[in-house]
Every structure is written in structure tokens, then in C-alpha cells.
Design a protein around this ligand. Structure first.
Ligand SMILES: *[C@@H]1O[C@H](CO)[C@@H](O)[C@H](O)[C@H]1NC(C)=O
Ligand SMILES: *[C@@H]1O[C@H](CO)[C@@H](O)[C@H](O)[C@H]1NC(C)=O
Ligand SMILES: *[C@@H]1O[C@H](CO)[C@@H](O)[C@H](O)[C@H]1NC(C)=O
Ligand SMILES: *[C@@H]1O[C@H](CO)[C@@H](O)[C@H](O)[C@H]1NC(C)=O
Ligand SMILES: *[C@@H]1O[C@H](CO)[C@@H](O)[C@H](O)[C@H]1NC(C)=O
Ligand SMILES: *[C@@H]1O[C@H](CO)[C@@H](O)[C@H](O)[C@H]1NC(C)=O
Ligand SMILES: *[C@@H]1O[C@H](CO)[C@@H](O)[C@H](O)[C@H]1NC(C)=O
Ligand SMILES: *[C@@H]1O[C@H](CO)[C@@H](O)[C@H](O)[C@H]1NC(C)=O
Length: 326
């Protein structure tokens, strides 16, 4: 007789199998070198091109990074790498800038689904919390201890353990890439192979964008006694990437701060995120990318007034000098 968990898992599988990106997709003949590496946007038709070799679902790639000042897990050895922004994820938006999430619930490894339905609406399909072995353990049978150690250095969660965050990134976002679909890996697919592939790919993109170094070269370094302007932060990033990234801020709105008390600028004032946008030829894994600007309607939520933005120093004791190279 199956255990309670097995029964529950089977029931879950049965109700969610149809949540795969392309149900019934064959695992044969995905030899991408024999195919044309078409551009991911405008959207390609998966009934005409091989969705394993061309990104046909989420053609607008966002390589995203965080600047945060603490992890909340310092007491258990979870630190931020000095002089480095941390990896957030690699996201597949639709070419028009909208997106979906949790596209294959048979690969739900996120212990804290957010949102908790596929649409984010109460009537969407429920995304149940994952309670199995954390996604970091998936790397062990592949002997990827070095990858795990890189991820524990640069792919850092806030107020959550790192593997839970990686599981969130994988299940919410990576399952919405056509090229990380399980059938793409052929009949000899090894369980979780695409998880490893996604982690490595997200890291390859992350390495292309050394945000801290680019900002520092322009004289923009974390400081709790200086403020910066949106335009000054954007400039070196735009010059380096040949495109306009999205800059994200948190903290108080400028017009609620003493400095902005007479201002109508409602942008946020603490620098916290950057999203680099790209289209890609062929598989995102090969990185034949074309940089593109962030959506003109959503370039930033940061305040644009002169000197409105803080780029805070990390909290004392929250940083560690990385022992693994970027
Ligand atoms: C795979 O390719 C072979 C050789 O081109 C072809 O005969 C076969 O029909 C293809 N199978 C599928 C499922 O695409
Ligand atoms: C954006 O593209 C997706 C995928 O083709 C489509 O489902 C969605 O309706 C589009 N959204 C808008 C606002 O056009
Ligand atoms: C779900 O709810 C939204 C908004 O409440 C509504 O627009 C949509 O039609 C509903 N979808 C279904 C499938 O009921
Ligand atoms: C999602 O979260 C909301 C708010 O916490 C809760 O009311 C709702 O029941 C949850 N839905 C599911 C499917 O878990
Ligand atoms: C806001 O305006 C008042 C009145 O004109 C002025 O006294 C004050 O210095 C201004 N504050 C700032 C931060 O510019
Ligand atoms: C991207 O933004 C830059 C700077 O605002 C602008 O000069 C350029 O034309 C934009 N590129 C495209 C393709 O829209
Ligand atoms: C810098 O300021 C932030 C708050 O914005 C604080 O969390 C951090 O601890 C400060 N860092 C140092 C080194 O004082
Ligand atoms: C952080 O440490 C520096 C020197 O190590 C010290 O000057 C500063 O006061 C500390 N900041 C906080 C918020 O404790």
C-alpha cells in the first residue's frame, strides 16, 4: 500500500500533468546544431520550429541581480559576497513584456510559492508548497559540489535559505522556458538534468554583468553618507551593455523623505535591483544574445530627482570575502 505522501504525490501529479508547457512533446530529434538558431522575439511558433532549440515561450530574457544589505541568515553562515551584486535569476518574459509563472507543476520545488496560484489570482491553479529534499541536493548525484559552492557564494536569498530561493527561481521561472523542457534532453534524460542546466545558464548570464565593478569604475560605490542620481547609476550600465536595464529601488518614496519634501517625485530611494534584458538566437543556453532596452513603460521605479538615491553599504557582519571566483 502506498504511503500517504506517495498517494498525495501521485494525486498531485495526476491533476497537474497537463500543466506542462507543451503536453505530449516528443523527446526525439532535438539536435539543435542541425537547426536554424532563430531569434526568440518576435515570438516563434512552436508548431513550426523546435521549441527545444529556439526559445518559443519566453523569448524576452531578464538576467536579474540584487543589491541587499543583509541576508537574515548570517547566524547560519549565509553571507553576501563583498563588492558583488548577487544573482537573482534568469527569467523568460513573453516578447510583449508580460509573463507567466509556475508553468510545469510536476516540477514544483519551491517551498514558499509566491504567488500561491499560477495566475496570482484566487481562481488560478494552486501552487502547493514543496516539502521534499531541497533543490540544492539535486546537484549531488551530478557531482556538482563546485556549482553548489558557487551558488552559496553568489546566489543569495534574503530572509530564506538559499536552496529554497533557488527552488523558487527554478519552478516559478525556469519551467516557463521552452528550451529547459524535459523532452529536450532526449530519451536518456537523467532526473533533474535540466535543473543543473538552468542553474549553470543563469550563472553564465550573471557573469556577463559585473554590476558592482561597472558602477565602481564610474565612481559609484556603496555609501551611507552619499546619495546618487538615477541618471548617473544608469549611465555606466547602459554604456557597458548597450541597452537600458531596469533599475529597481525600495525604501521610502522620495516625496516622503526630508530631502524630497517639496518634490512630486514618488520614486523609491534605495537601490536594490537591476534587470538586464535580451533576445537570444537559438537556445538561451548558448548565449547568442541581442541586448534590448527594458520596457519604455517600466524603466525604473526609482526616484529620478538629482541625488535622490541611496546605494547602501552592507550591514556590518553580513558580508564575506568570496573564496570562490566570480
Ligand atoms: C525523428 O527523425 C527521424 C529521421 O529524420 C524521422 O524519421 C522521425 O519521424 C522523427 N521522429 C520524430 C518524433 O520527430
Ligand atoms: C503577450 O504575449 C502572450 C504570449 O503570446 C499572450 O498570451 C498575451 O496575451 C500577450 N499580452 C498582451 C497584453 O498582449
Ligand atoms: C478569475 O478571476 C479574474 C478576476 O477576478 C477574472 O477576470 C477571470 O475571468 C477569472 N477566471 C476564471 C477562469 O474564472
Ligand atoms: C493563497 O494565499 C492567500 C493569502 O494568504 C490565501 O488566502 C489563499 O487561500 C491561498 N491560496 C492557495 C491556493 O493556497
Ligand atoms: C521646501 O520648501 C520650503 C518653502 O519654500 C523651504 O523652506 C524648504 O527649504 C524646502 N525644502 C527642501 C528640502 O528643499
Ligand atoms: C534604447 O534606449 C536608448 C537610450 O534611451 C535609445 O537611444 C535607443 O534608441 C533605444 N534602443 C531601442 C532599440 O529602442
Ligand atoms: C548602511 O545603511 C543601511 C540602511 O540603509 C544599514 O542597513 C547598514 O547596516 C548600513 N551599513 C553600515 C556599514 O553602516
Ligand atoms: C560598521 O563598522 C564600521 C567599522 O568597522 C564602523 O565604523 C561603523 O560604525 C559600523 N556601523 C554600524 C552601523 O555598526
Amino acid at each position: 500500500m502506498p504511503s500517504k505522501t506517495t498517494t498525495a504525490a501521485l494525486a498531485l501529479l495526476a491533476t497537474t500533468a497537463s500543466a506542462q508547457l507543451y503536453p505530449g512533446q516528443s523527446n526525439l530529434n532535438h539536435t539543435c546544431l542541425l537547426q536554424k538558431p532563430l531569434l526568440s522575439c518576435p515570438e516563434q511558433d512552436p508548431t513550426v520550429v523546435d521549441s527545444c532549440c529556439v526559445e518559443t515561450f519566453g523569448g524576452l530574457l531578464l538576467s536579474t541581480q540584487f543589491w541587499s544589505t543583509y541576508t537574515g541568515g548570517e547566524s547560519s553562515g549565509q553571507f553576501l559576497p563583498t563588492d558583488t551584486w548577487t544573482l537573482h535569476g534568469l527569467w523568460p518574459d513573453f516578447c510583449n513584456g508580460s509573463y507567466t509563472q509556475y508553468c510545469d507543476l510536476t516540477r514544483q520545488y519551491d517551498p514558499i510559492p509566491s504567488p500561491n496560484t499560477t495566475t496570482g489570482l484566487p481562481n488560478g491553479t494552486a501552487v502547493l508548497p514543496y516539502t521534499g529534499p531541497n533543490i540544492g541536493t539535486f546537484l549531488e548525484p551530478f557531482g556538482k559540489h563546485d556549482l553548489l559552492s558557487y551558488m552559496n557564494t553568489y546566489w543569495i536569498a534574503q530572509n530564506q535559505d538559499n536552496p529554497g530561493f533557488w527552488g523558487h527561481e527554478f519552478s516559478k521561472h525556469a519551467t516557463c522556458f521552452s528550451t529547459f523542457n524535459v523532452p529536450c534532453y532526449g530519451p536518456q534524460y537523467r532526473e533533474h538534468e535540466e535543473v543543473v542546466d538552468f542553474f549553470e545558464t543563469a550563472i553564465k548570464y550573471y557573469q556577463r554583468f559585473p554590476t558592482f565593478t561597472w558602477l565602481a569604475a564610474a565612481g559609484i560605490t556603496p555609501s551611507n553618507s552619499t546619495t546618487y542620481s538615477y541618471a548617473d547609476i544608469l549611465k555606466p550600465l547602459r554604456e557597458q551593455t548597450k541597452a537600458v536595464p531596469f533599475l529597481g529601488c525600495t525604501g521610502p518614496r522620495f516625496n516622503t523623505t526630508p530631502q524630497g519634501s517639496n518634490s512630486t517625485d514618488t520614486g523609491f530611494t534605495v537601490l536594490s535591483e537591476v534587470w538586464y534584458y535580451e533576445h537570444v538566437y537559438g537556445r538561451p543556453q548558448e548565449m547568442n544574445v541581442v541586448p534590448v532596452n527594458a520596457s519604455a513603460s517600466y524603466l525604473t521605479n526609482c526616484a529620478k530627482s538629482v541625488g535622490a538615491i541611496r546605494y547602501p553599504e552592507r550591514t556590518n557582519g553580513s558580508e564575506k570575502v568570496p573564496s570562490v571566483a566570480y
